[in-house]
Design a protein around this ligand. Sequence first.
Ligand SMILES: Nc1ncnc2c1ncn2[C@@H]1O[C@H](COP(=O)(O)OP(=O)(O)OP(=O)(O)O)[C@@H](O)[C@H]1O
Length: 485
Amino acid sequence: MSHQTKEEDYPLDSNCYKIVDEIGKGVSAIVYKAICIPMNSSVVAIKAIDLEKTRADLDSVRREAKTNALLRHPNILKAHCSFAVERRLWVVMPFMSGGSLQSIIASSFPDGLSEPCIATVLKEILSALSYLHGQGHLHRDIKAGNILIDSNGVVKLADFGVSASIYDSSIGTSGYSSSSSSMRLTDVAGTPYWMAPEVIHSHTGYSFKADIWSFGITALELAHGRPPLSHLPPSKSLTMKITKRFRFSDHYEETKESKNRRFSKAFKDMVGLCLDQDPSKRPSPEKLLKHSFFRNCKGPDFLVKNVLHGLPSVEQRFNETKILKLGDFGEEDEDDESSSSGEIVKQRRISGWNFNEEGFELEPVFPSDQTESVKQVTFGGEIVIPENGIKSHDQQGGNAGGGGGVDKAAVLEHLLFLKKSLDDQRQQVLQLIAWVRGDETVENNREEHLMQVIEKLRVELENEKKKRYSVEMEVEFLKLQHCNE
Ligand SMILES: Nc1ncnc2c1ncn2[C@@H]1O[C@H](COP(=O)(O)OP(=O)(O)OP(=O)(O)O)[C@@H](O)[C@H]1O
């Protein structure tokens, strides 16, 4: 299996490439920075896809190569060539030195990018989407991780691993529902947090507007630094559960900066349009391009100055995330249903989520909620959270100590559980700090960057301590009350 673009003859032989560094890791692929020796040692990126991990998806891998070879647009990353190397498929592509927007925000913009930067990036993506849809293709995996940027601030949409053409007969009947008047896909593809509701309810079929939903989620991801509900761990079966990974801070706490951020009406309106539950009401890329949010967009230079300037290289950033992951000592697979500690957490279903335009967030919806939802998306109870009577700060506030129907034993159990989670996190941070401090081989500049990371962690730790203190107080209070009853 191999393919090559016509304009340049990149060799289809792995010996012609020299791997320089590892720069990224996806679910089933590793991305390398490499040089192509016969092409004047030009720098390339090689995505080595593990064909075994992609399981039966050889078709989609072929499709990616085929789709990619036919596309031609300034905002779409076109691979030079692809070929099999043992059990991996190497996709050789231009090296985008800024890496993905996801890796950029994770490293340097934890609270998200500024609106002018977001508008500038997203306008380019809309342009790519408009072209792609015009050619009869859906991308199906729009997210910041698939938006790459080069040293000149040029933004490109990448990763056609799950893209599909509605003209492609190779997908066959399993992929389409032909009963509707327009051709619609029915196979589940993409990454859970960014997936449109109709993609999850695959029996109803979906089409181009699923990309618009993911585009809206990507806008929130760029604005907040992470996609909505990303504190809920995804699972392959789309059953999202919180067991041991539930973090008090994830659900209830925002950072000071993110709390104080105000988004423009135009931005909120644009995202609201994309996140309409009814796909037919979501605007096309062309219509979105005319939205006032994109009116005064800047050029690539603006991104160079405001996003890329001072950013560690993509390889440095990748190494740092690897180091930080070392801090996740003993973290268990989120899909692991049989918890080794035997901890049983009661779970409570949520029926979907609402886009809260005012708060600029997707919010979980509980089946018992009486509130009228404006844009509710139902997931048929596929997401569950601990069932302990605590919903949110607002709902919890007046009831915690005053009776009023609160199940105190359950609250106590939940708070003790949270306390344990905070203890674990504290332990992990301490171990990480000790590990980094003890490593004398770290180079000076990296050390400086790591110190900043540590400082951030220290502040987080302080915040966690404060929270822990208030949780402990609450536990004591409830214990007392419990004993008195
Ligand atoms: N052409 C490229 N040039 C530079 N960096 C790249 C390139 N392609 C990918 N990367 C880097 O590698 C990382 C991983 O990319 P990859 O496409 O494997 O994973 P992902 O899209 O984040 O995850 P997944 O597709 O598995 O959900 C990206 O986040 C990006 O930083």
